[in-house]
Design a protein around this ligand. Structure first.
Ligand SMILES: [Zn+2]
Length: 113
């Protein structure tokens, strides 16, 4: 088990508009929902010609909130990813743990606790 990419706890606060992941190496990641949605890796969100080849970085989490996002369900897919079911029905985003950890806004110094 790779502790850095093993999620031990995941929680969503609609009120605070954040998703929090606690990792097995004790690091705590906080993802503003606006950025998390913008970072959606699905083909529809990431595959357009305008976005081709663009790499998502932690800077995406500085995006101001354009609306109140809700997450209705999270599903862990084996030990490699989680699928996010957004309140607006978008559910094709499969976020790999490694991807999430790599763009952690705390670790990358974009946000502070
Ligand atoms: Zn998407």
């Amino acid at each position: 088990m790779e502790k850095r990419t093993y999620a031990t706890n995941i929680s969503v606060s609609t009120e605070k508009q954040i998703l929090t992941i606690l990792w097995a190496d004790s690091h705590k990641s906080i993802y503003p929902l606006e950025g998390l949605r913008r970072a959606c890796p699905c083909v529809e969100c990431a595959g357009g010609h305008a976005n081709m080849g663009k790499k998502v970085t932690a800077d995406i989490f500085t995006s101001p909130h354009t609306e109140t996002w809700t997450i209705t369900r999270l599903e862990e897919l084996g030990n490699y990813a989680m699928q996010v079911f957004w309140g607006d029905g978008h559910d094709t985003g499969i976020y790999r743990w490694e991807y999430l950890r790599d763009i952690c806004p705390i670790e990358n110094g974009v946000l502070s606790l």
